[in-house]
Each structure stands twice: as structure tokens, then as C-alpha cells.
Design a protein around this ligand. Sequence first.
Ligand code: FES
Length: 315
Amino acid sequence: MLDVIVQRREQEAEDILSFDFVSSKNASLPAFTPGAHIDVHLPGGIVRQYSLCHPWSESSPGQYTIAVQREPQSRGGSVAAHALQTGMALQISEPRNLFELAPAAQKHLLFAGGIGITPIVCMAQALASQGQLFELHYFCRSQERAAFQRVLKSSALSQFAHLHVGTDTAAEVAQLLSTPEAGTHVYVCGPTGFMDCVLGTAANQGWNAQNLHKEYFAAAVVELQGDQSFQVQVASTGQHYEIPVGKTVFEILDSAGVNVPVSCEQGVCGTCVTRVLQGTPDHRDQYLTDAEKAANDCFTPCCSRSRTPLLVLDL
Ligand code: FES
């Protein structure tokens, strides 16, 4: 855990605030690679993940920047984040990266929808400084809601960054992905509908799944009707636990003192992925790939359930 203070709070775009965090001990903050995120421990015991928006650099190692969009359907996180004020102290995790740039790619195609620009703008700045080949396509409802415009219009990025405002997203994405290239990697972050559009289009146009990289920041809406209770067994102790309707595997195991690391608790970050030794999970996350889900040898206990009466977990 890192102790930081809010050094800067700024209106980045309509409904979007950006914040700079610096160490409260005047120390450097740990290095990270583009696409990384941190857990931010907000007032009220709320923990949320936010991408780091500017690349770490040895010349300015003391600062992390995040941007937060105020969500009308917020579970409390974006409201608590927007209440942060300059000078406030809080704790954050060390950066983790589940959305890395592919080191061997010859070209990078970056797609951002709305607030999904946060990891993408970091990637773009890093790629530009390394002289790598890339394009950034940023889809927004309006100019007012487009964040980081100053950075995107800077001399370093302006020739690579394309803002698509109020356009026909599906048609433009189809055009941009019309020619699959083996050496080109595609990255997407944004609302679920936008991500599904980019990933679905890429799959339909024949892009290799290995070349597609995604980061969800919100859980998909899951149909809960028909949920049933089931049992999990912790392999190391042989202990069985009943998972009732309305409770997650994580919640039951956690309250019984079984340690399962979690972060987002909504199936988007991958922190809780646990090996399944027996039984068939009912996958409800957006983190595992289709192939990983089909293998059924791991699942996300923060949100996924079971298709069989028993799941034996490698815990
Ligand atoms: Fe994030 Fe489970 S805690 S996927």
C-alpha cells in the first residue's frame, strides 16, 4: 500500500475529473508500464481501479495521474472519487498491469471509447516517445466529453490521434479493422457496448485473437434469475461451503477466513482468478478469454457461479 496525497484536481472534460497523486513521504512512486492501473482506496471503504494516464518516467518518478468519470449509475466509487480534494491523503496500491502493449508488435491500433481513453492515452504517449508505429482512435459522444485533448493535440500525438465525435461507430470501426495484419495489435478500452463492437468486428474480419487486447472497466449486466445455490470445496482442507443465491464465492470464503485476493469484485480485473479442480463454472466475468472460459479450469470467485452442484477449488 502506498500513502499519497492529492496534489492536483482538475476538470478534464464534462463529468470527468483528473487527479495527480504524489507520495505523502516525498518519495518516488514505483515504475509501471503503459496500461497499468492502481487500486484507489476512497473514503467510505470503497476500492476502485483506475488506469494511470501518463507514462512513468525516470525524470518525473513522483507522480501518478488518474481520470474519473462521474457515472449516473455509480455504485458509489465515482461519486467518492469526485469528492476528493487537493491535499487529501489516501492509500493506493502499487500499479499492476493486465493490459500490456505487445512488445513484438510492428504496429499498434488503439481504440478508446469515452473514459476508456485513460489507459489508451498512456499507451499512446509511450509509443510516441519510443518512435513506434501506432494510431489512436478515440470515440466520444461530444467534444465536451473528450478528455486529454491537450495531450492528444500536442505535437507528439496529434498526427496519430483521431477523435471521432458523434459518428457511426460501427461503420468506422469496421473500416478501421477491414484489413487484418499479422504484425498489428489492437487494444480497446471503453464501455461494454463499444468494446463488444470493436472485438466483435475484429473477430468477424478475421483478426487473430492473440492480437486483440482489452480492458473492461465495468461489469456486464448479468441475468440473475435462475441462480441456484451450490457448494465449493477448498481442496487444501477438504472443507465444503454452501454458496447461496445472492452471495458470491468470494464473500462466503472470505467470511469463513479463506483468503482469496480480490480487487474489482466485478469480474473485470483478474485478481481473483482461481484454479478449478472439479466441476463446471458458470463464468460471469469479462476478464477470461473465451478459450479460457471454455477450458473451465479456472474461474473468478468474485462474480462467477457454478453449473454443477460442486466446484472443487485449488485453494
Ligand atoms: Fe477482479 Fe475478481 S476481483 S475479477
